[in-house]
Design a protein around this ligand. Sequence first.
Ligand code: ADP
Length: 189
Amino acid sequence: MSAHLVMLGPPGAGKGTQAARLANHLGIPAISTGDIFRTHVAEHTGLGVIARRYMEAGEYVPDQITNAMVRDRLARKDALEGFILDGYPRTLEQVEALDGMLKDQDRGLDAVIELVANHDEVVERMLKRAAVQGRMDDTEVVIRRRLEVYAEQTEPLTRVYGERGLLVQVDGMGSVDEVTEHMLAALAE
Ligand code: ADP
């Protein structure tokens, strides 16, 4: 199956976990912009130094920087057969940029999966994760800001993709296995 997929959903909804499982199932790479940024931060690259300032505050890294990074990543050989984008696009400008990148490569999206998650539940999940992983942006204040930014800048994307007939909504609140099952069933429809 040709699969060019996007995973949407608020912070803490389980996008990373589900994207990795789906990627494994379909034999295509999961591409997480958050993970790429975190690698840059850990390696103290120029991009990492810039990205860190935004990530620590729960703000989005500027579109121009993020778009250029994704363009490079999608041009790599392993992404030519398909991909799951986890955490990109997150702004309307990123939607347009992605449209352009895919058009240049003569391809388009097949589906956009929205993991639908309850606000209080995701805050709780992220605070638990903070205790284990110590992510710099998993403090309560920053989590609240990330949810706000998501509501303002990313939630509108569900309408855009809905109008294109690409949106597949999946309840993200079950167990990890249940969510994967629901997602695979929804994609097969
Ligand atoms: P979450 O979905 O839980 O917020 P991610 O790992 O996907 O976690 O993202 C962490 C941070 O990385 C974001 O808060 C943001 O600062 C930055 N980031 C990731 N993806 C993007 C993007 N597409 N555009 C701008 N910033 C991004």
